[in-house]
Design a binder for this molecule. Sequence first.
Ligand SMILES: NC(=O)c1ccc[n+]([C@@H]2O[C@H](COP(=O)([O-])OP(=O)(O)OC[C@H]3O[C@@H](n4cnc5c(N)ncnc54)[C@H](O)[C@@H]3O)[C@@H](O)[C@H]2O)c1
Ligand SMILES: [Zn+2]
Length: 339
Amino acid sequence: MYIKRGIIKELGKSLRRLSSAKRVAIITDKNLSRIYGAQVLNVLNSAGFETDVIAIEPGEKSKTLATLADVFEGLVKSRITRRDIIIALGGGVVGDLGGFAASSFLRGMPYVQVPTSLIAQVDSSIGGKVAVDLPQGKNLVGSFYHPEAVFIDPDFLDTLDAREFSNGMAEVIKYGCIKDRQLFEELTGFDKNELLNNIETIIFKCLSIKKKFVEEDETDQGARMMLNFGHTLGHAIEKYYHYAKYSHGEAVAVGMYRVTKNSEDMGLTEPGTSQRLKEVLSKYGLPYEMPAGNAAEIVEVIAMDKKNKGDSIDIVLLNSIGDGFIKNINKDEIPRFFL
Ligand SMILES: NC(=O)c1ccc[n+]([C@@H]2O[C@H](COP(=O)([O-])OP(=O)(O)OC[C@H]3O[C@@H](n4cnc5c(N)ncnc54)[C@H](O)[C@@H]3O)[C@@H](O)[C@H]2O)c1
Ligand SMILES: [Zn+2]
């Protein structure tokens, strides 16, 4: 995991140290290929790699089996072998789809992640989960497959639009809430410039927290659950609006605030925590209130989720800022915690 401003300029040299590949296939999306394609090709070609670019349409609608088939076709055309290497250059969509392609093409190719969105830099590029969606649901076909390396260049964030930046900030705030009070305090105090000046350290802190939980629980049986703070309700909100109205981060922001407000009212969370959370979410352009009118129906989505089998579910609450814990609740308690 390398985090450094401008690291993309050294990508050719860094790959040379990792691999004796002749060819590199770059899986990316059309936005990134337009903005960064020439620069990336230039650094790779200068380091002596033969390159091919496979650029998918941007966005979640591309995280499909059909796009995966197109990517496989591109990989065949590029004539890469298992001694060569794949780069997934993009946000979480490219990372998940490109990683899954790498996990299965020629029974598994070495690959590196070059995450470009804030969500990808603080979350999706590590942990080894790669997947595509099916019409029946998100991430239904995938595997656990780790990259050889992750190269994180915060300079990519300069071209990310404000809503996508906020989308990633929800996850950054989440890490502060569950495990790092100091990070949360910094987020509260920073202005935009200070945030950007400290972004390398912030990304490092987030990934260290994720890494710790992932290492404890590589195949997602228990400890990783802590990373789901705000996600039980967040996923329900996203799903209720067919992944169109709320970004993932916006839905998680509402989920974090709602559950914390309720658990505070029940005496399970230090008083004042939800107010502090509300302030920091607003500061980074994120919502916190449940959509008026549909709240009860959204909460019903939680109990209907196929992942939530049995009579009880595990949810993540905060003792206080920086100190998350997992609580098993009975399904009939879902409205008390989420409505
Ligand atoms: N594998 C995991 O553990 C994990 C974790 C979290 C999220 N995810 C997945 O990640 C996906 C969401 O990721 P995302 O939000 O990055 O979506 P995304 O990849 O669609 O990127 C969002 C948009 O930002 C653009 N973009 C990305 N980087 C840019 C840059 N530097 N400059 C300008 N534009 C840029 C993209 O072209 C796209 O239009 C979802 O599919 C989600 O399931 C996976
Ligand atoms: Zn998330």
